[in-house]
Design a protein around this ligand. Sequence first.
Ligand SMILES: *Cc1c(COP(=O)(O)O)cnc(C)c1O
Length: 378
Amino acid sequence: MEVVKPVKRNILLNPGPATTSDAVKYAQVMPDICPREQEFVDVMTKVREDLVKVVHGDTEKYTSVIFTGSGTIVQDALVNSLVPEGKKICVINNGAYAARMVEIAGHYNIDCVDIKSSTTDLPDLDEVKKVIESDKDIAVVAAVHHETGTGVLNPIKEIGRMAHDNGAIFIVDTISTYGLRPIDIEEENVDFVMSSAQKGLAGMTGASWTVGNIDAIRKSKAYPTRSYYCNLFMQFDFFDRVGEMHFTPPVQTVYALSQALKEYFEEGEMPRWDRLQKCWEAIHTGLGEIGLKSVIKKDIQGKLVVTVEAPDDDKFDFATLHDYCYERGFTIYPGKMFGLKTFRLCNLGLINEKDIQDFFVVAKEAFVKMGYTLPVKY
Ligand SMILES: *Cc1c(COP(=O)(O)O)cnc(C)c1O
């Protein structure tokens, strides 16, 4: 991919969109094309195959279905399309993104069993098992792999087994792990994963997809069509028959996604995961040097997001910290936790250990500017 002129590199430590390569940015600059042309259909077909490969799906059993939209559109499509008439969805709810699936079910008047638990801890698997076993109307179990709001990594393999033991399908929001943490869809007992181009693959916003079980999609043809635009079977069927999206695809985003996938396979699954784990370790090292604490216990973190407990005093000001870092090319993000002063540092994109170390040089200056002597005590 030809890079005409380097673009200023910003280090995004927010929970997506992520830092991208210049080649991905420039991949969008293509001659105008009607997406119904075979040339574009070929690009789309290759992208769809590669999306299945990222999670090691057997292409006889799994396919990918892409929608035009941000990640939430896939949560919406799966929740509204996979629950048969009169049946229920059960959501393992220990964070903001699981809560979003509960809300989506509510909007479609789908019966939802909401297994709500602390957002700072893992779900209680005994309770999950009891609930799923005792309610034979549960047809779909849903969970979030990595709660981007906190950084907690959920035990999807175990939950998936419970779903399957009780005849339910298992859908998992892997939007902040797909393309980052290695996932083997079948080995993890998952029927449907989700992702979005601007997250782990470090592409551009505008395309999101599921990789899912073909039989389960075909069965869902008989279920109520609760949405016209984001019905899973309708979108799958169009891809299957015509090789294209039902409606206009995000053409330039798909070109960027194609380049991002190329870079993903060139870097390799394990080297990529090693690079990201090093970033996460560097975040913990930097926080330790400033004297800051992580809200979530380190051993249940997904190694992709750290929620930082901010000092609860008059000196700390998120806006000051944010602006100081932002002016120097680093973007941090507020927390998503109720009643606690927090902020988040996410290592989702095309960044490395050195970027994190550079960030902490700047972050330390910002803490001194706010009036702290380091290490901070609180
Ligand atoms: C980013 C993200 C989403 C989707 O959010 P959008 O704002 O719609 O892109 C959903 N789930 C998780 C876990 C995420 O990290």
